[in-house]
Write a protein that binds this ligand. Structure first.
Ligand code: MG
Length: 166
């Protein structure tokens, strides 16, 4: 397919999970804590969940709950990469490629700066794009609401997709 402005597709995803003491916290496919964990049906990786929703949104394919329901025992305790890999495969089968993605993580703890390179590497592998097409921003929520009080963790993701080969 020839790339035109109208063939480009943009999508946004958002996810939030409550946090509990103990267990491990996965973000962007990387373990960032062994002190806290999300309350979740899968491993609760908010970065990957936001990215799956962003890709589904770009392509007009609904949302993560429709594809990977949290009442379906198939997805219990699964790594979130098991949601992202088939979503990227479906994108590529539709003759679309991810151009870039921009992720914002809101977390009061842990500090995420040092984990960003590892997250980029892990996500590049899952998304099938180079690390220079992935941006990760991390901030606190300035003490506001449940995220700011360390009771929850959230992420936003924006992706741009275009026809493969354009
Ligand atoms: Mg989620």
């Amino acid at each position: 397919m020839t790339m035109t402005i109208s063939s480009m597709r943009i999508g946004h995803g958002y996810d939030i999970h409550r946090l509990q003491t103990g267990g491990r916290l996965m973000l962007g496919g990387v373990q960032v804590s062994d002190q806290i964990s999300p309350i979740a049906y899968s491993d609760g990786d908010v970065v990957i969940h936001a990215l799956v929703d962003a890709i589904l949104g770009a392509m007009g394919w609904g949302d993560i709950g429709e594809h990977f329901s949290d009442t379906d025992p198939r997805w219990r305790g699964r790594s979130s990469s098991d949601f992202l890999i088939p979503t990227v495969q479906r994108l590529n089968q539709a003759a679309y490629t991810l151009v870039n993605c921009d992720v914002t993580i809101m977390a009061e703890r842990p500090r995420l700066k040092d984990f960003k390179p590892a997250m980029k590497t892990a996500l590049a592998k899952l998304l099938g794009i180079s690390t220079d097409r992935i941006n990760i921003k991390a901030g606190t929520n300035e003490g506001c609401d449940a995220v700011g009080q360390g009771q929850a963790i959230a992420a936003h993701a924006v992706v741009l997709c275009c026809p493969t080969g354009s």
